[in-house]
Structures are given as C-alpha cells and as structure tokens.
Design a binder for this molecule. Structure first.
Ligand SMILES: Nc1ncnc2c1ncn2[C@@H]1O[C@H](COP(=O)(O)OP(=O)(O)OP(=O)(O)O)[C@@H](O)[C@H]1O
Length: 517
C-alpha cells in the first residue's frame, strides 16, 4: 500500500509513518496541497492520502475530484479539534484520524477506506466453470473481452484475472469509458503535457502509463467514440502512446481487459465499433452468466452481503430466514448481483432484531413465480451441472433450505456474538463445496409477492420522484454519498452529477454528516 502524507500532522509525521510502514505501507511526504497534487498527477500509485486539517483539505479534495484522481483522503488533526474534523468530513474526507495517531485506529481506517471488497463469492457450477476458464487464460498477456449483463460482476472478474496473472504485483488500473465525457477521455487514457489545452496546468500521466507493466481495464468500452477507438487501436498494436501535446511517443507494456454489456459484434455491424479493434480486444471472450442462470450463487452471495452491510452499518449479524431465501430465489434478477447486493443492504437496514425475514426483502420490478414445492431427490451438490429433474432455482432453494434449518434453529437463540454458520461456498477459488439437498422444508406458498404501491405517485414526473427518492435516501444515510449510491443502485458518479444538478436548481442537498448526532 502507498500512503501519501500531506502536511506536518502537528509534528506527528514520524509516528504516523512508522505506523503505516509497520502495516507494510510505503510512505511519501508532501509539504503542501500543491506538491501533493503534483505527486498524484504524475501517476504515482497512491492508495490513500492522509491530509493535515490545518491545510486546505477542501481544495485538495476538490482538485482530486475535478481531475478524477481516484484516491480516498483521510483527514488528520489534533483530537480535540471538533470543528476541523467536521469541516474536513464535510469537504469530502472519508474519515478523521485524531492526532497523536493510534496504531489500531490507523490500521482500521486504512482497511476501511482502501478495502473495496473484491472478494468473489460463488458456489454455482456455472460460475465455477467461468472462473476456471478465467484462471486458465489469466497467465497469458492476451486481451480479454469480458461480456455479460449489467451487474453480473464483470469488473470483479477482471480484478480476479489480474490477480491470477503474472502481473498481479503490478498496477491494476480501471477506466470507466462511459463515465467520462469523450473530450476528457483521451487525456484520461493517454495523459497530457503542460499547456496541451486550456486548463492543462501541469503534465498529467494517463491511465496507460499508470498501468504500465500491469493491467488496464477499459470498462464499458462500447461507449468509446470512434475517433478514440482509432487511437486505442494504435496504442495496443504499437505498444506506445502519445500524450496530448507530447513530442515523442512513450513505450508501454499493458495488458488490456475490456468489458461491455452491449453486444459488441452488433455494434460492429451497426458501424459504431471498429471491427479491427473488436478483434484485438476479443482474443479471449469471458461471458459471465446472469444471476438467473446461476441460482446456487444467490444464497451464498446473500449471506456475504448481509455480513458486509451489517459490519458497514455497525449492526448485529442476523441470520437470513429460509422464507427470505425463498423470496430471493424466486425473483427475476434483472440487475443481477448489483441488484441483489442493494436488496440485501436494504434488508440489513430494515429487518427486525432477530433475523432477516421475507418482509425485509424489498424487491422492485417483477418477481418470478415461486418455485413449486417439489419432492426433489436428496443429492449432494454436483461439481459441475448435473442432469436434474428440478429447475436450477428449486435445486438451489432446496439446498439452501437445509442449510437454513441451522439458521432457523439459530434464529430463536440468536446472539450477536455467535454468528450463524455460513453455507459452504467458495471465495475466489474453484472449491466445489457440497450441501445436502433436501427439499422437505421448502414452503413456496409463503413466498411473498411484491405489491408495486405506486398509485400515490401518479401525476408526478419521473424526474421529481427520482429527485425526492435520492434526497430522502441521502438524508437517511446522513449525507454519506457512498452509502446512498449503494442503496439507490446507481454509481457514485451518477449520484454526484444529480446532486450537482439539484444544487444548481437551488435545492438544499444534505451535506456529508448532516443529521448525525
Ligand atoms: N461474485 C461476486 N461476489 C461478490 N460480489 C460481487 C460478485 N459479483 C458482483 N459483485 C458485486 O456486485 C456489484 C456489481 O459488480 P460489477 O461492478 O463487477 O458488475 P459489472 O458487470 O461490471 O457491472 P456494469 O455492467 O454495471 O459495469 C459490485 O458491488 C460487486 O462487488
């Protein structure tokens, strides 16, 4: 981990660096916001910035966000400076570290701010097969096109490929081509020299150079405009890039992964995507099955997300009831794992104290009909899809119903200190765990259908309803953008854009920390 310390930290730089280094981090120092920005712009890979609150932390965070530098900032200040702490958090710092620094606190905060959980949970044989293929092709330097519906886990799988590759200890850099306007994407990818265009105040290293010797993920590549596609093709073919305003090309060694949730072949046929680039990217295709096609993953993912959001919201870990699992298994997951994740996040927040019951599973859209109770044969879960007379969905539900018998028993005697025994599943491995497959206690009759309850909204515009939902969710999360975006099922960038628009329209948008006691 690379830590950038900005400012003097009230004479505690030595102590803070020592703690960071004891955690295996390497530390760089910048005495001012300007120096810090230059270090970040130069493409140095920094995982977390620790900024002294006596400096202009707001200006630092503002510049980082304006220039789309993806790094979390934690503010540091003397412990009793409550105003300083509040101001830093309002400015967008993710956490506040009181000085003098305390080793455990720094360790926990580092973990929390840098841990974008990349655990890849799976148990379904179909997913195991996809990961087997991913592992097999990871070692080569071939470009991989990762396809699949929105929210299936394309980004998480590209990180998996990187980790399994020979470049695992080198940078992994991701660029979302859809999130960056066309005119900025070019400099984002290839970098620019000072003065290359109005506003280019300093040289900025692009993502290609940042990813040198490592892996560059071009997320949602289908959204890249055709002119830039030509420049990308040249970079891949020639293994060199030209910075905007640069005088000579720069050699690069980057493995390209690209994702798309559109059919790229159709985009080629429609003239929207260059065929030669398509062939360059599509040396190997990993097609990620939708969540509907891998129902055995639903219970283990649900359990994983419940644990994740219980911890994140500082709430006790509660078991998921068999009926709640039934409800999850009978839903048509159009938004795939992302929708499941948001559903479980909501469930953690609204469930009662003892268990996560079906009433806490608030689903949107259409719910598929519940699996009929079926006297399925007792079997152990196969290592690969086995011929079965039951539907995949009922097979998974029956397997989990049994696992949940333990939950059922545990729920009555539930104590936060004794978390439920998790169902067996794999985390980033091809383990083929087994679970007993009895179906006797599946009660499909009890699956709750979702009433849409939208009649009170008739007469209002979609934009107005969306705005109120966003603002209310933000209030509920005390202004925390990341939580709110998660619950709403939209990216943090989309949320920020919408909030900016509401502010421009004169609406009061809750600031981070608003409403918190
Ligand atoms: N197998 C998995 N285990 C744990 N979390 C997962 C898994 N698959 C997806 N997720 C989570 O679901 C969310 C969506 O995953 P991801 O962003 O990788 O999907 P995507 O296919 O790239 O989405 P999009 O098409 O919208 O770009 C993320 O929060 C991710 O962490």
């Amino acid at each position: 981990m690379q830590v950038l310390i900005v400012g003097g930290l009230g004479g505690q730089i030595g102590a803070a660096s020592k703690i960071a280094m004891a955690r295996g981090a390497s530390v760089q120092l910048a005495e001012s916001v300007t120096t810090a920005l230059n270090i970040l712009r130069a493409g140095n890979r920094i995982d977390v910035v620790m900024a002294d609150i006596t400096l202009d932390v707001a200006a630092l965070i503002d510049a980082i966000s304006q220039e789309r530098i993806n790094v979390p900032v934690v503010a540091c200040g003397v412990g009793n400076d409550v105003n300083g702490a509040v101001n830093a958090i309002k400015a967008g710092a993710q956490e506040f570290i009181p000085l003098p620094p305390e080793a455990d606190l720094i360790a926990a905060i580092f973990e929390a701010v840098t841990e974008e959980s990349h655990a890849l949970i799976h148990r379904d044989p179909k997913m195991a097969e996809t990961l087997r293929l991913a592992t097999q092709v990871a070692k080569s330097s071939a470009s991989i096109l990762i396809t699949g519906e929105s929210g299936t886990g394309k980004e998480i799988i590209s990180r998996f490929v990187h980790r399994k590759s020979n470049r695992a200890d080198k940078p992994f850099v991701a660029v979302n081509c859809a999130a960056i306007p066309d005119n900025l994407l070019e400099s984002e990818l290839f970098g620019h020299e000072k003065g290359a265009f109005t506003g280019a105040q300093a040289r900025r290293i692009g993502k290609f150079e940042e990813a040198n010797n490592g892996t560059l993920l071009l997320d949602e590549i289908s959204e890249m405009d055709v002119r830039l596609q030509a420049k990308l093709l040249r970079a891949i073919q020639e293994k060199e890039i030209d910075r905007l305003g640069g005088k000579s090309p720069v050699k690069i060694d980057v493995r390209i992964l690209a994702t798309s949730n559109r059919n790229l072949e159709a985009e080629v046929n429609a003239g929207n995507f260059r065929e030669d680039l398509y062939f360059r990217l599509n040396v190997v295709n990993l097609d990620i099955p939708s969540l509907r096609e891998r129902p055995d993953d639903i219970p283990v993912l649900a359990e994983f997300f419940v644990k994740k959001y219980s911890e994140a919201n500082d709430m006790p870990l509660r078991p998921i009831s068999p009926l709640a699992i039934q409800r999850l298994l009978s839903h048509h997951w159009r938004g795939n794992v992302r929708e499941l994740e948001n559903t479980l996040h909501r469930a953690v927040l609204v469930a009662g104290p003892d268990e996560i019951g079906p009433e806490a599973i608030l689903l949107t859209g259409s719910t598929a009909s519940a699996p009929a109770p079926s006297p399925a044969p007792a079997a152990t879960e196969p290592a690969s899809p086995a011929p079965s007379t039951t539907s995949p969905s009922s097979r998974a539900s029956s397997a989990y119903a049994n696992a949940n018998a333990a939950y059922g028993a545990a729920s009555s005697a539930y104590k936060p200190s004794a978390p439920p025994v998790p169902a067996q599943h794999s985390v980033e491995s091809d383990d083929t765990s087994s679970a007993d497959d009895n179906t006797d206690n599946v009660d499909a009759q009890n699956t709750v259908e979702n009433g849409s309850g939208t009649s009170s909204l008739v007469g209002r515009t979609v934009a107005a309803v969306e705005r109120d939902l966003i603002i209310d969710t933000l209030k509920h999360c005390f202004g925390n953008r990341t939580h709110a975006a998660n619950i709403l099922g939209i990216s943090i960038r989309t949320l920020r854009n919408k909030l900016r628009q509401y502010t421009d329209d004169g609406l009061a948008v809750p600031a981070p920390g608003d409403g918190h006691d």
